[in-house]
Design a protein around this ligand. Structure first.
Ligand code: BGC
Length: 710
């Protein structure tokens, strides 16, 4: 697939943009003081260059949802620019729900182009920590619960960004899977789980995506802060994976001078107090003079930064960049359109038949809410954002009368205390009564509920999976008076949909879906777009079914969160433990039907260095154009160690016209069937039988084929 995606011919792939000799010669001209200046922030989002030698400052910006608005150099207040209105791109779990690496690549190109328009060398994106705990406040920013899906998306997002000579900063390395206590928690994760679950997407983004920068996480990993973790930064990232770029700390995530300098951190960012007092400022100079940190170590950091600068701001043919163009809006639309998941449609209420709809009730605060900003953490000053109500009006306004009722009050602010937020889960009976009155007199009610950017936020975890703001009471009341109620949920993480699943016939999942969210949603409702999103994480029936909750390892005891579930994260847990999910990983419906047949592998027996070429035929048996996401899971039924019931090893989103048939090949390297053998500290494949399982969710396997590895 990579051949038609941007980034395949980046400067790094064609050969280095700068020679070691050139870098060495610059370093040799620098004083120790000049070198140290480059190793820490000199403002909120930059670090110093060496003007005397023509080396520019290094600039960065958030983040995953698009290029953040310009803030003042030394504080977080808006710089009040008029030229920084940007494209708001769908959030990470929306990108993951497309199950389409091409979308991740296009996302990256937009981010890169807009970063250039704003003269940013590094974009602090993509973020793809594994969704271990569904309550994690940043689930919406991250991708999925699966390392393979994350890897495929991360590689392409990085390539897209870097195709514009802007560095991607992949984050947060590693095991930053909860926001609660993120600045203090010591995550204890066994090496097998690190290698099989938490590392693969970082490794892939470095080795296959060529990511130029990595952000260390806030938490400790196995006893050491991630920003000074020798195992993580020196041994694994730099030595084993061959990472040539720069490790930067998360903002205020540096804790010591000598340990961080010697254990792999290159640039300290976001600390507080006078800049020259930061750990990597005067204290680092003193540590070098005292012999605690070698000049060689400093030179290595400086060389990495110069390498980065030569691949970004000082690269030849550096693009000028573009911001908030119609093409960028089209990309935002395409990602949003591919990310929407049709969860239930058992009475075929959807797509809405225009001829049968004269009065539409649009209900719910989320129908009029925007999601570009809100809560704690990075947002986007969106050039525009189409709300659900606006989208529905633009698509149905000419044929139907559309009325709106708020339905609930979203009484929750991320920066409020629990006390101030008290009552956020309560219904507002007056708003419910208004909504019911409207729903009674309409043929269809479109109920837009879910969460928002205040409720799902960085630095907070949710307290439960329940829908907030008394939304369930609203759903019940509206559904009772109007059987044609379509539930649209806008959120970035799993919620408890048990009751809705039972009592409602049409459920559509949208996300914090960017500038074009409302148009994409409305096009799914009309059928102009056939939904093809698939869930990037399991929705458990109950929180206690999820691994971290079941094993009582969240948020951890005292300062420690031990990941006792090991490799059994996400569907690996539910499937292995035979726990029925509410909705499984990979699940989603379509307005058309597909049949899958002729599943085969090219051989029966494979050597360890071979590639399994699996093939299947898929036909669109319905009457609409659409896409199926075909997922190939592999299991190892007999093993000397516990293996998950199944693991995703390949997938393909296949687009088909009505009646069209395609034969698709999915390749899996036999090497990728290995597990990490902790005792030998290496990957191991045991000879014997493996089962290839082809399906359209982790719980709907349609065909299997057995193969053997010699
Ligand atoms: C977040 C990072 C972000 C940084 C700078 C931190 O709080 O964890 O993801 O890039 O702030 O805004």
């Amino acid at each position: 697939m990579a051949f038609f995606l941007a980034g395949g011919v980046s400067a790094q792939n064609k050969g280095e943009a700068v020679s070691n000799a050139k870098i060495n010669s610059i370093v040799s001209k620098m004083t120790l003081e000049e070198k140290i200046e480059m190793l820490h922030g000199n403002a909120l989002f930059s670090s110093a260059g060496v003007p005397r030698l023509g080396i520019p400052e290094l600039t960065c910006d958030d983040g995953p949802l698009g290029v953040r608005e310009e803030i003042k150099r030394f504080d977080w207040a808006s710089a009040n620019w008029t030229t920084d209105s940007a494209t708001f791109l769908p959030n990470g779990s929306a990108i993951a729900a497309t199950w389409n690496p091409v979308m991740a690549n296009k996302y990256g190109i937009v981010i890169g182009e807009e970063a250039n328009a704003r003269k940013k060398d590094i974009m602090l994106a993509p973020a793809f920590n594994i969704c271990r705990m569904p309550l994690c406040g940043r689930t919406y920013e991250y991708y999925s619960e699966d390392p393979y899906l994350n890897s495929q998306l991360a590689i392409q997002a990085v390539k897209g960004i870097q195709s514009q000579h802007v560095a991607a900063c992949i984050k947060h390395f590693a095991a930053n899977n909860q926001e609660l206590n993120r600045n203090s928690v010591n995550t204890i994760v066994d090496e097998r789980a690190l290698r099989e679950i938490y590392f693969p997407a970082f490794k892939a983004a470095v080795q296959q995506g060529n990511a130029y920068t990595v952000m260390s996480a806030y938490n400790k990993l196995n006893g050491y802060w991630c920003s000074e973790n020798d195992f993580l930064l020196n041994k694994v990232l730099k030595d084993e994976w061959g990472f040539k770029g720069v490790v930067m700390s998360d903002w205020a995530g540096t804790h010591h001078t000598v340990a961080a300098a010697n254990n792999g951190l290159d640039i300290e960012m976001g600390s507080s107090g006078a800049y020259d007092r930061w750990y990597f400022a005067k204290p680092l100079l003193a540590a070098v003079k005292a012999g605690q940190v070698s000049v060689k170590t400093i030179d290595d950091k400086v060389s990495r930064i110069l390498w980065l600068i030569y691949h970004t701001s000082m690269s030849s043919n550096h693009p000028k960049g573009l911001i908030a163009t119609p093409e960028h809006a089209k990309t935002a639309y395409n990602i949003a359109a591919e990310s929407i998941v049709l969860i239930k449609n058992d009475k075929h209420l959807l797509p809405l038949k225009a001829s049968a709809v004269k009065r539409i009730a649009v209900i719910g605060d989320n129908a009029v809410r925007t999601f570009a900003l809100g809560g704690y953490g990075a947002g986007v000053k969106a050039k525009y954002e189409v709300t659900a109500l606006e989208g529905i009006k633009s698509r149905f306004g000419k044929i139907a009368s559309i009325s709106f009722a708020q339905g609930y009050k979203a009484n929750y602010l991320a920066n409020n205390s629990d006390e101030q937020n008290r009552g956020y889960d309560q219904r507002d009976q007056k708003l419910i009564d208004e909504a019911v009155a409207l729903a009674k007199t309409s043929e269809v009610a479109i109920l837009c509920i879910g969460s928002n950017r205040e409720y799902e936020s960085e630095a907070h975890d949710r307290k439960s999976l329940e829908l907030p703001f008394g939304e369930q009471a609203l759903v019940n009341a509206v559904t009772a008076v109007n059987p044609n109620t379509i539930i649209v949920i806008m959120a970035g993480a799993p919620y408890d949909l048990n009751e809705i699943k039972k009592s409602n016939h049409a459920i559509v999942w949208s996300w914090f879906n960017g500038s074009e969210a409302g148009n994409a949603l409305a096009d799914v409702l009309t059928g102009a777009v056939n939904p093809s999103g698939r869930l990037p994480f399991t929705f458990p029936v109950s929180l206690k079914d999820s691994p971290a909750a079941a094993l009582n390892t969240y948020p951890g005891e005292g300062a420690t969160a031990e990941y006792k579930e090991g490799i059994l994260v996400g569907y690996r847990w539910y499937d292995t433990k035979k726990i029925q999910p509410e909705f499984p990983f990979g699940y989603g419906l379509s307005y058309t039907d597909f049949s899958i047949s002729h599943f085969s592998a090219d051989k029966l027996n494979y050597g360890r260095n071979e590639t399994i070429r699996a093939k299947f035929t898929i036909k669109n048996t319905g009457s609409r154009y659409g896409a199926e996401v075909v997922q190939l899971y592999v299991s190892d039924p007999v093993s000397s160690v516990l293996r998950p019931e199944k693991e995703l090893k390949a997938f393909e989103k296949v687009f088909l016209q009505p009646g069209e048939t395609k034969t698709v090949e999915l390749d899996v390297k036999v090497g990728d069937l290995a597990f990490y053998d902790e005792s030998k500290k290496s990957w191991k494949i045991e000879a014997g039988e493996f089962v290839l399982q082809l399906g359209n969710s982790s719980r709907n396997i349609l065909k299997t084929v057995k193969i053997a590895v010699k």
